[in-house]
Design a protein around this ligand. Structure first.
Ligand SMILES: [Zn+2]
Length: 184
């Protein structure tokens, strides 16, 4: 969602309104760099009909719930969960977890947060037990990306494994296997 004036992607949502049929979300946004305001329209049903499998960083609870209902995987940043909220004032990942619609945790700039976030997720006030929390960083993203050879411990799949030791809630990697061969 780039700013049409300066091209920056970081912005905050000032106001969100859903159309009556729950299909189009109109958002007023403010660019965090040049502070100009612009409007975006997001079409959930249309995105689902194009075969989209991931709703990346929905900024409101209603958008996340509608996307999840239509079979899209709701993806949120792992750092959002580790920090306890979004750095641009959008919906917090833990609030979506409480609604049961947080499907994938991911991160580009801080990959170490991914595993940490899964363990935090399990300890919060929600219905995510440890297997369900771990699926947000293993099976769910693998399935959404159609990487069907990985994502769970099953006969015939890649044996990519990480053994961790949790100190408090912080997972410390002890051993790593890649396709069945120990590499760490
Ligand atoms: Zn701007």
């Amino acid at each position: 969602m780039k700013c049409p004036y300066c091209g920056e992607i970081d912005n905050k949502v000032i106001d969100s309104r859903m159309s009556k049929d729950g299909n189009v979300i109109r958002r007023r946004r403010e660019c965090l760099v040049c502070t100009r305001r612009f409007t975006t329209y997001e079409h959930i049903e249309e995105s689902a009909s194009f075969g989209m499998t991931i709703a990346e960083f929905p900024t409101t609870k209603v958008a996340a719930i509608e996307s999840h209902k239509r079979g899209m995987n709701v993806l949120m940043g792992a750092p959002n969960l580790v920090r306890g909220g979004s750095h641009s004032g959008n919906i917090a990942a833990h609030e979506l977890a409480r609604e049961g619609v947080l499907d994938i945790l991911s991160s580009d700039y801080y990959p170490a947060s991914i595993l940490h976030a899964a363990f935090i997720l399990e300890g919060l006030d929600n219905d995510y037990d440890l297997p369900k929390a771990i699926r947000t960083v293993t099976k769910n993203p693998a399935n959404a990306a159609k990487l069907n050879d990985r994502g769970e411990l099953a006969v015939g799949l890649r044996a990519d494994l990480v053994r961790v030791n949790c100190v408090e809630e912080f997972p410390i990697v002890q051993q790593v296997w890649q396709q069945g061969t120990r590499v760490f």
